[in-house]
Design a binder for this molecule. Structure first.
Ligand SMILES: Cc1cc2nc3c(=O)[nH]c(=O)nc-3n(C[C@H](O)[C@H](O)[C@H](O)COP(=O)(O)OP(=O)(O)OC[C@H]3O[C@@H](n4cnc5c(N)ncnc54)[C@H](O)[C@@H]3O)c2cc1C
Ligand SMILES: NC(=O)c1ccc[n+]([C@@H]2O[C@H](COP(=O)([O-])OP(=O)(O)OC[C@H]3O[C@@H](n4cnc5c(N)ncnc54)[C@H](O)[C@@H]3O)[C@@H](O)[C@H]2O)c1
Length: 465
């Protein structure tokens, strides 16, 4: 059995489905091959169920402020953990069903099975050969789990299993405090789980600015125990619990461990060896991030498997670029968006544009603002957080920002657009800043930069007519 295709797409996640939509605009001779459960990582076990957990935990945590608002009786509020997990699954199912609507429309062009190259431009799926002019590899990633941790069975879980839990454990060690560990760790602590967060670095959530990182550590420490700069080993206790021992000599016994150590690309068993590629530096080193082409091969790589920017809007962009190029005779380069990451902790952690670390050695000015004493956060009883913005000292152009602030997602989007438009701090200050808003804190940080660039008597932030 065999068939020919102009384009074969491997993987029906967000990247693969976006690529499919692009290719379909040019040719109907396309196949989409997916192994394993449909519904995308984002909807099934990623962005969406984790955001539901965070939302519930955030709502429950607000009860601690009710008394000061004059809202009484918050001591009587309790959490039904099984119902929380069921609620997450109910919404998860709704998100997955929406994805499945678009998958179902693909019909016979959609093949369920594991794809593998047997020759360049020849894939094998379920014993069938597919001769493809071009191939988009969009096979995603999977959680990193040290091999010896599998022996702990269901006591060591990843986000692939977490949302299936019928109930929450009484105690959990979260190992790795990137976005996954920080978001889930804080949420579980808020739902009454005893959480210990362990991170081998001294930074959390990818923050590189020491001032903002310290704020994040302080915030998390108020809600759960943190062990930073150390990595963990696991062993079983006589009572069947897990003993977590760290390289700096500390130990704790917990019911479960969440491995949140990062994710690795799904490239094994794809048969990439038929191309004779040198993968020793990683597949991502061979991918052009503007065309998503792999070297000069008729192959395009998109999404988490590319390990370039493994977050959803970037994954979708990569799928669109890969699909666009795979369907055409010539390859077009596309400018990527301003880097932008949000961790949905509370307050949210945002990194937008160049990071503090990336700007090391450059001539920058920094504007900053604490949100501990700020009108809007005082009104909201959310007096937490810190914002730092970086601008070029010579041109005044905004270069980047790291922050942990309430409702930071909106500030982050606003700054991303300003950077996309290569705006200076002066340009940005021409926007109205409404009172009283969180955005006024940004205005203060921008003013601090203007004062450094132009002196304290820097005039009005209005254009002369
Ligand atoms: C817990 C968690 C929370 C997250 N939260 C956010 C968030 O809030 N915001 C955000 O922007 N990002 C978030 N992300 C990241 C985001 O979910 C991913 O970047 C995105 O879903 C990756 O999409 P993808 O298409 O690359 O991969 P996937 O959706 O994983 O799709 C890959 C598909 O390829 C299939 N496949 C693999 N190998 C083969 C093969 N050989 N043959 C055929 N098919 C194959 C897989 O089974 C899968 O169906 C989160 C991720 C996780 C895990
Ligand atoms: N809000 C969001 O956008 C969001 C939310 C969740 C996940 N994601 C994406 O999902 C992917 C995976 O997230 P993640 O948080 O697992 O990955 P990550 O790579 O961001 O973080 C993993 C962390 O684990 C630490 N670590 C690794 N090995 C360790 C060890 N042995 N002991 C202690 N610490 C160890 C690393 O230092 C790192 O800080 C990322 O690409 C992330 O962007 C995004």
């Amino acid at each position: 059995m065999s068939r020919n295709a102009d384009v074969a797409i491997i993987g029906a996640g967000t990247a693969g489905l976006t690529a499919f939509r692009q290719v379909r605009q040019i040719t109907t001779n396309v196949v989409l091959i997916n192994d394993g459960p449909y519904g995308t990582t984002c909807a099934r076990v990623g962005c969406m169920p984790s955001k539901v957990l965070i939302e519930v935990a955030k709502k429950f945590a607000r009860r601690k402020h009710f008394e000061q608002f004059g809202i009484q009786g918050s001591d009587y509020l309790t959490i039904n953990r099984q119902q929380v997990m069921q609620h997450i699954r109910n919404l998860r199912d709704w998100f997955v069903a929406r994805v499945m609507d678009s998958v179902d429309k693909i019909g016979e062009k959609n093949i369920s099975g594991r794809a593998r190259f047997i020759e360049p431009q020849v894939l094998e799926v379920n014993g069938e050969k597919i001769y493809a002019q071009k191939v988009v590899i969009a096979t995603g990633s999977r959680p990193v789990v040290p091999p010896d941790w599998y022996s702990f069975g269901e006591q060591v879980i990843t986000t692939d299993q977490f949302f299936e839990l019928a109930d929450l454990p009484d105690s959990i060690a979260i190992i790795g405090l990137g976005a996954i560990g920080s978001e889930i760790g804080q949420s579980l602590a808020r739902l009454g789980v005893k959480v210990i967060g362990i991170e081998q670095q001294t930074q959390v959530c990818g923050l590189t600015d020491p001032a903002v990182n310290q704020i994040a550590i302080n915030e998390f420490s108020q809600e759960f125990e943190l062990w930073l700069g150390t990595s963990a080993q696991l062993s079983k206790t006589d009572s069947g619990q897990i003993k977590v021992t760290t390289t700096d000599g500390r130990s704790i016994t917990v019911d479960k461990v969440l491995a949140a150590l990062g994710r690795r690309p799904n490239i094994d068993n794809l048969g990439l060896e038929v191309f004779g590629l040198d993968l020793s530096q990683g597949l991502n080193q061979l991918i052009n991030p503007n065309t998503m082409q792999l070297g000069d091969l008729p192959l395009f790589v998109a999404g988490d498997v590319a390990s370039l920017r493994p977050i959803l809007h970037e994954v979708a962009d990569e799928g669109a670029i890969a699909g666009y190029n795979a369907a055409r005779a010539t390859v077009t380069a596309f400018k990527r968006r301003v880097p932008f990451r949000i961790a949905f902790t509370d307050p949210q952690i945002i990194i937008v544009g160049a990071t503090f670390a990336e700007l090391a050695g450059q001539n920058i000015v920094i504007g900053e603002r604490s949100f501990v004493v700020q009108g809007r956060t005082k009104v909201m009883a959310r007096t937490h957080g810190h914002l730092r913005i970086y601008a070029d000292r010579h041109s005044g152009q905004l270069l980047g920002s790291e922050m942990m602030i309430p409702d930071g997602e909106y500030v982050g989007h606003f700054l991303a657009l300003a950077m996309e438009k290569a705006m200076t701090v002066r340009d940005i200050m021409l926007t109205p800043f409404y009172h009283p808003t969180v955005m006024e804190g940004l205005e203060n940080a921008l003013s601090a930069i203007v004062a450094q660039l132009e002196g304290e008597a820097s005039g009005l932030s209005l254009r002369k007519m």
